[in-house]
Design a protein around this ligand. Structure first.
Ligand code: AMP
Length: 282
């Protein structure tokens, strides 16, 4: 496994691989890797000759009062995980390498970036898309792997690839959870023991909502208030949003006719967690 932080050296190695007709799978991350990230690497390894993992904590996707400076970093452990899962190249550019000066050109995200996390985190998806577009241009991957955990990000990146004709195929990967149902996240390390226990209310609420959907409930108001009320049974949970939207356009719906995304964001103390449920059997 190689670890490179310079764009030129990375491009040279990829050129060499392309000449040998190797297919390339790419897993973009912000590091502090857990089983969720590793599952993306595992899937990429199955489907490609070479796997690249990028580790870059992207300042453009953090708001001024968010956790950029204290975002958990664990490079040595991350490299070990990547090696164990068969990654071939870890791209770890410094801030100065990837963003040497303030950008004057960004990827603008229209409607898709306005609701859900986009309304709680203005500019977040513009920051995500700008860096992911740069990584696509540097690494030139055949397939790129994104988790359904960040469902809005996945929908926006999929649309960016279509709208801007990037030459990579986006592969969605399922949410990996802890044994008690909590969706794995690098931010889970922020939780106090009490908050960690309380945070399981999210997956419990989503699971119960799925059961309700399976029983045939389709009334959006009933479904939404059911999730809100079940989240509220946990005193430490402070709801940021609960929304039911069209799975591919992320727009609000009036009735359930196509696959839906039920997305939630909940604060536990200073930590904001997201999770979601995709329901396709409509
Ligand atoms: P991050 O490092 O948080 O930017 O995440 C990098 C990639 O890993 C994104 O595509 C995430 O959606 C994905 N990811 C993060 N947590 C999980 C999880 N629990 N299950 C599946 N994928 C995940």
């Amino acid at each position: 496994m190689e670890t490179l932080s310079k764009i030129n050296e990375t491009r040279n190695l990829i050129k060499k691989w392309k000449k040998q007709d190797f297919t390339i799978g790419f897993v973009p991350t912000m590091g502090c890797l857990h089983q969720g990230h590793l599952s993306l690497i595992e899937q990429a390894k199955k489907e490609n000759d070479k796997v690249i993992v990028s580790i870059f904590v992207n300042p453009l996707q953090f708001g001024p009062n968010e956790d950029f400076s204290r975002y958990p970093r664990s490079l040595d452990k991350d490299l070990e995980g990547c090696r164990n899962f068969g990654a071939d190249l870890i791209f770890t550019p410094s801030l100065n390498e990837l963003l040497p000066e303030k950008n004057l050109v960004y990827v603008d995200v229209d409607l898709l970036g306005n609701n859900l996390c986009g309304s709680s985190r203005p500019g977040h998806f513009k920051g995500v898309c700008t860096i992911v577009a740069k990584l696509f241009n540097i690494l030139n991957p055949d397939k790129s792997y994104f988790g359904e955990k960040d469902a809005q990000q996945l929908a926006i990146i999929t649309r960016m690839v279509d709208d801007l004709n990037f030459n990579t195929t986006i592969v969605p990967c399922p949410i990996i959870r802890e044994a008690d149902g909590l969706a794995m996240s690098s931010r889970n390390v922020y939780l106090t023991p009490d908050e960690r226990r309380a945070a399981t209310v999210i997956s419990r609420s989503l699971k119960a909502t799925k059961a309700l959907l399976k029983e045939g409930e389709r009334d959006l108001l009933i479904l939404k208030s059911y999730i809100i009320n079940s989240l509220k049974t946990e005193p430490l949970a402070n709801i940021d949003y609960v929304e039911i939207v069209d799975h591919s356009t992320l727009q609000f719906i009036e009735e359930i006719k196509k696959p839906i995304l039920i997305a939630v964001a909940v604060h536990f103390g200073k930590t904001r967690l997201i999770d979601n449920l995709i329901f396709k059997e409509v």
